[in-house]
Design a binder for this molecule. Structure first.
Ligand code: 4NP
Length: 139
């Protein structure tokens, strides 16, 4: 089974949203999410992301908490998907170049961060359409 990891800055808004939307779309991938920073380490999924997942009937793990990408994670995952251009840049800066071919951007356009925009609906719609494309590519 291919192992996929979604990554954003805090691992409380966008990447957990992508993790659980993707899990709702396929059973054929191992899917997790991580942060590029330790800023939210141990914190639960943002209530705005929990709210939008509930609104659209997407099951999620209430015990999921923010975890920073480790050096073992770069080895373990087959595909490492940054939610925006700066996440991709940071992922490359924090990893050995031998892993750079695993690191890709979620969509051509960066997924806006609802931590700053407050617009979880817009982020959800982009995450949903992006995940539908990733399922096609990876399964
Ligand atoms: P995320 O959003 O990267 O989509 O999880 C953020 C969460 C927390 C912070 C920034 C972005 N923060 O500054 O703590």
């Amino acid at each position: 089974m291919k192992k996929v990891c979604f990554v954003c800055l805090g691992n409380i808004c966008r990447s957990p949203m992508a993790e659980f939307v993707m899990k709702s779309l396929t059973d054929e991938l191992e899917i997790e999410s991580r942060a590029t920073s330790g800023w939210e380490h141990g914190h639960p999924i943002h209530e705005g992301t929990q709210g939008i997942l509930k609104q659209y009937g997407i099951a999620y793990d209430v015990k999921k908490d923010s975890t920073k990408m480790s050096s073992d994670d770069f080895e373990y995952f087959d595909v490492i998907i940054g939610m925006d251009a700066s996440n991709v840049e940071n992922l490359k800066a924090m990893s050995d170049p031998k892993y750079h071919n695993k690191i890709v951007q979620f969509a051509e356009e960066s997924v806006p961060d609802p931590w700053y925009t407050g617009d979880f609906e817009d982020t959800y719609q982009r995450v949903l359409s992006g995940c539908q494309e990733w399922v096609k590519k990876l399964t």
